[in-house]
Design a protein around this ligand. Structure first.
Ligand code: PSV
Ligand code: MN
Length: 401
């Protein structure tokens, strides 16, 4: 039995939560990325898909919470399904499986005026063909989720027919849904702006929900925490989507201004806690398991990429464990009696509890290091890859100069 300041019941709840908590790493989070003003290149950054698997494997090795890596088709499987065998070999070698498959219908020049929403039927067909090829990759790799994000939109009023584009999106999403394999899901992500700055075709959770409902029963909504206006109540969106059985998963990150892709919990950890709380409260009340894909969608330009990922996973685990401390029965009673202060304190007490000792005991019991960041730093991995990749990455940096 663990010796903590919590009751046995609380400790059991936290341990159950820890046992079930997994979060997916983004392949693109290990590569050099930047803002539109430039890139600060890191000597240790991954440049090949093998290096991304290797780095992701390292995060999983020390945290034990990240058995899968999300792949972006264009960046990681440029030859489509022909690259699947190589991905399978990397999975075996580095101990992380392929997770969500992300088609890319936003970078090719053809997509200047959109992909599924492009007025040109030939471009719409090209985009659909890429999405269908991505579904094939998912089938081949045994990956459950097709994760769809579209940059489609327009920059100036009157320049696009918004209603027609909506219809074209419905057609494309239905066609993609029709070929999903058994057990595959389609996740529809929304974003209010960027790169489009006047209208975005899937701008918010309502649009994503309607598209998903229209596409078919295996389409769900993907909530990227960075894709909301400043004051939006994300946990309410989460609660509604859970109630509708339409929440598929998350792209976790934090933001201060817009889609900043900052480290989860770095700006507002209470918000992530409140999101986790809505999920666990739903599970407690309904007695069902919310089958959600927890994924990270961050790009660290200044922090060391692997360290930042370990920091993220550690924070996510802590916030999830804190949410598991909420006394749902007490909270439910307080709500019924409208005991507002006591109800709110159920959340605040859990959020302000220090869960780190119980997590340390749990990780040790799993054969994992109590301090994953320290274990990573001691391992020598960073020094090794800095030496191995540094020259190449410095040459790339020089070519930018
Ligand atoms: C777009 O901002 C996004 O959140 C989508 O999920 C993309 O797949 C990802 O970032 C990487 O560009
Ligand atoms: Mn995202």
């Amino acid at each position: 039995m663990m010796e903590t300041m919590f009751s046995n019941k609380q400790t059991d709840g936290v341990v159950k939560a820890l046992n079930g908590f997994q979060i997916e790493l983004p392949s693109w989070g290990f590569a050099n990325t930047g803002t539109r003003f430039g890139k600060f290149l890191q000597a240790a950054a991954a440049a090949t898909v093998e290096e991304k698997f290797s780095d992701a494997g390292e995060v999983h090795r020390w945290t034990g919470a990240c058995p899968t890596i999300a792949l972006h088709v264009l960046w990681d499987l440029p030859q489509g399904v022909n690259d699947a065998a190589a991905i399978e070999a990397l999975s075996i070698q580095y101990g992380v499986r392929a997770g969500a498959i992300n088609p890319n219908v936003f970078q090719d020049q053809a997509y200047k005026y959109g992909s599924f929403g492009n007025p040109d039927p030939a471009v719409r067909s090209e985009a659909l063909a890429h999405v269908l090829a991505s579904i094939e990759i998912g089938k081949r790799l045994g990956s459950r989720d097709l994760s769809l994000w579209f940059a489609d939109g327009s920059n100036y009023p009157g320049t696009q027919n918004i209603r027609r584009r909506k219809k074209w999106f419905e057609e494309g999403l239905r066609a993609a849904h029709a070929v999903l394999g058994d057990g595959q899901r389609m996740l529809v992500e929304y974003k209010p702006f960027e790169p489009a700055f006047y209208h975005t075709d899937i701008a918010d959770w309502g649009m994503a929900l309607l598209f998903a409902q229209d596409a078919g029963s295996r389409a769900k909504v993907l909530v990227d925490t960075g894709h909301h206006y400043q004051a939006q109540n994300i946990e309410q969106i989460v609660a509604w989507l859970l109630d509708l059985n339409m929440l598929g998963g998350f792209h976790f990150n934090d933001r201060r201004y817009a889609d900043d892709d900052l480290t989860l919990g770095s700006i507002d950890p209470y918000q992530i806690f409140r999101i986790f709380h809505e999920i666990l409260d739903y599970e407690w009340e309904t007695g069902t398991h919310a089958d959600l894909a927890y994924m990270i969608d961050q790009s660290h330009n200044l922090k060391g990429k692997i360290e930042a990922m370990i920091q993220t996973v550690t924070t996510a685990r802590e916030l999830y464990a804190k949410a598991a401390l909420v006394d749902h029965k007490k909270l439910s009673g307080c709500r019924e009696r409208c005991e507002l202060v006591d109800a709110e304190n159920c959340l605040k007490d859990a959020f302000s509890s220090d869960v780190r000792p119980v997590i340390r005991e749990w990780t040790t019991s799993q054969g994992l290091p109590a301090d994953p960041l320290d274990a990573f730093r001691q391992s020598g991995y960073l020094e090794r890859i800095t030496a191995e990749r540094g020259e190449r990455n410095r040459a790339t940096a020089a070519s930018y100069a």
